[in-house]
Design a protein around this ligand. Structure first.
Ligand SMILES: Nc1nc2c(ncn2[C@@H]2O[C@H](COP(=O)(O)OP(=O)(O)OP(=O)(O)O)[C@@H](O)[C@H]2O)c(=O)[nH]1
Ligand SMILES: [Mg+2]
Length: 218
């Protein structure tokens, strides 16, 4: 398989501690693109030092960062994953292979590594949301696609509008409506490798995310 055709978009808000490890695990030939949202810990500098391209997005929000990254990507295939070290970019090629087999989008399903605890509120929220996605929107997923790979033009054409935490869900809802074939594969999930949680590590973050989620899928 040809490399040099995949850009890995990493939405990052204060991920300077985790980024070096994430960037070191990037598959050969993949372009890492860090989207920095007003970080105050030197995220952009660390990203550049470790070989990533950097795009600055001043509008806050996970969706704003992902949108800016996809817009800036110059390769036919785009992958998106967190910059917090909880997932391994080394698992991306198996998702890219799914695209080569003809699916429209390949997504990861987080499986906690042995000994890893996944907060109960995050696990329950995730299960409820995915049940709804399967039942109401016909998208056969068991996670909210925290790692996802698709053709760049297809991502852009879906026209996802959410710019906060609802982004991944709106993407899945629109993919379902567009009749996309979505393939889900297990990926290992661990704790973030540094820095602070913005979402599931706090009740506040989780409630805000759930609010965004429900707005999109209800
Ligand atoms: N650019 C940008 N990135 C964000 C924003 N909010 C979250 N992120 C990134 O999105 C990813 C997911 O956020 P996390 O804080 O890890 O959320 P989580 O995975 O629920 O929480 P953890 O359990 O701590 O891993 C991380 O890479 C964050 O840096 C934002 O407003 N802007
Ligand atoms: Mg995380």
């Amino acid at each position: 398989m040809d490399s040099g055709r995949v850009t890995v978009v990493l939405p990052c808000m204060n991920e300077a501690e985790s980024l070096p490890g994430v960037l070191a695990s990037m598959p050969a030939g993949y372009t890492a693109l860090v989207v920095d949202n007003n970080s105050t810990d030197g995220t952009a500098e660390v990203a550049r030092e470790h070989g990533a391209q950097v795009v600055v997005e001043s509008r806050p929000g996970y969706g704003a960062a992902v949108h800016a990254g996809i817009a800036a990507a110059a390769t036919p295939i785009v992958a998106v994953l967190d910059g917090d070290g909880s997932m391994d970019p080394g698992e991306l090629p198996k998702l890219v292979d799914e695209l080569d087999r003809g699916v429209d989008m390949a997504v990861g399903r987080r499986r906690p590594r042995p000994g890893v605890t996944w907060p109960w509120h995050a696990r329950m929220g995730n299960a409820a949301v995915c049940w709804r996605l399967r039942r109401r929107h016909g998208v056969q997923v068991h996670d909210i696609a925290p790692m996802r790979v698709a053709r760049r033009d297809a991502f852009v054409a879906l026209g996802v509008e959410d710019r906060r935490s609802g982004y991944p869900l709106e993407l899945l809802v629109r993919a379902g409506a567009a009749g996309w074939v979505v393939a889900e594969q297990d990926i290992a999930y661990g704790p973030r490798t540094g820095g602070k949680s913005k979402v599931s590590g706090s009740i506040r973050g989780s409630l805000l995310a759930m609010f965004d989620f429900w707005r999109v899928i209800s």
